[in-house]
Design a protein around this ligand. Structure first.
Ligand SMILES: *Cc1c(COP(=O)(O)O)cnc(C)c1O
Length: 360
């Protein structure tokens, strides 16, 4: 495969240590040794998510959407009513799930790049909602919503809070206890910078209770069975053992190198470096409240999808294209994964070269 620099939002570039583990034989997993890997993964994910001691972590084999679906079927039923922030294709996915499972819901529909404000939320006070669902970073447009605002709203209305932080965990600050988050979701191929295949749910004690009282029709996504197995550091079914070992390597390396704060700082500094150095290029930021994880750019002079293709075919660089209505208007540059300022210099040089060639 050609050597590419990968600025997408996932799968992203892994570091050398994680790659090395990926090259090893996959061990048998019904062992004390593998249970200890799982316990350590749980401990470090809880630490980085600032989850309470009595929180529990489930590692599901599946992409991020598996955890989204599991959160819906294990904590919502027809007597609930969810309020879902829909700011793009990932918000829409929660809407689709509630429709499929016939869970009542309303949506807060936001336009491209728009953020959530107190004024918007105030319209939904004192209604019959039980649950609030948000993709804290709507990865399709790069918007990062204000967790304090959401916490205050959920507190006032006593709402169960599900936060999809799939692309935000380890890129933006998150504190499950301070924000009173009941379920935080992430997955292996975003800021965790491992291959795709593991999605993660961190459950507050309130969420664990809900799971134990749920009547789930289904086996693979039944979190009660997963939680019972997790007590001994195991999963009910064969997990993506190799990826869980890579996650272990990655989590330990974050822990040994300044912890989650320093990891987030690094992503933030790459994001700011990139944003500061593209001011003369013919792009406009899609949102004024971006996540550190990506910069979404509106193109002013050329098709966004053509830019994606040209970077891929001519410069060996991957940025992230958008789909649907935004295909020709927006592309995204990720700041997560194993990247350096030097990599961003190469991307910016490629843009300047494209400008010289009259392509943008
Ligand atoms: C990547 C992502 C997902 C999950 O997508 P998968 O393709 O199922 O891994 C969900 N929500 C957000 C906000 C994401 O960024």
């Amino acid at each position: 495969m050609k050597e590419m620099i990968n600025f997408t939002v996932g799968p992203v570039q892994a570091n050398e240590d994680v790659l090395k583990v990926g090259g090893e034989q996959v061990p048998y997993f019904r062992t004390e040794e593998f249970s200890n890997v799982m316990f350590e993964n749980e401990r470090l994910v809880k630490k980085f998510a600032k989850a309470s001691d009595d929180s529990k972590v489930v590692f599901l084999t599946g992409s991020g959407t598996a955890a989204m679906e599991a959160s819906i079927i294990n904590t919502l039923n027809n007597n609930d009513k969810a309020l879902i922030v829909n700011g793009g294709s990932f918000g829409q996915r929660f809407i689709d799930l509630c429709q499929i499972y016939e869970n009542p819901y309303d949506e807060i529909k936001l336009s491209v790049g728009e953020t959530l404000t107190k004024e918007i939320l105030d319209k939904y006070n004192a209604l019959d909602y039980t649950t609030f669902i948000v993709n804290i970073h709507e990865t399709s447009t790069g918007v990062h919503y204000d967790l304090d605002l959401i916490r205050d709203f959920c507190n006032k209305n006593d709402l169960f809070l599900i936060v999809d932080a799939i692309s935000s965990f380890l890129a933006d600050p998150i504190d499950m206890q301070n924000s009173k988050i009941d379920i935080m979701i992430t997955s292996s191929q975003k800021s965790l910078a491992c291959p795709p295949g593991i999605s993660i749910l961190v459950l507050s004690s309130r969420a664990v209770n809900k799971v134990y009282n749920a009547n789930v029709k289904g086996l693979y996504f039944n979190l009660k069975i997963a939680l019972e197995n997790a007590k001994r550091g195991q999963t009910p079914f064969t997990p993506a053992v190799g990826i869980l070992r890579q996650i272990n390597t990655r989590l330990k390396s974050i822990d040994e190198n300044g912890g989650v704060e320093s990891e987030i700082k690094n992503v933030e500094s790459l994001a700011l470096y990139f944003r500061n150095n593209i001011k003369d290029l013919p792009f406009k930021l899609v949102t004024s409240s971006p996540s550190n994880a990506i910069t979404a750019l509106m193109t002013l002079t050329a098709s966004a999808n053509d830019i994606f293709l040209e970077l891929k075919d001519h410069y060996n660089i991957w940025v992230c294209p958008n789909g649907g209505e935004l295909k020709d208007k927006v592309f995204r540059v990720g700041h997560i994964g194993h990247l350096t300022k030097n990599d961003f210099d190469k991307l910016i040089d490629a843009f300047k070269d494209m400008q010289k060639r009259g392509l943008i």
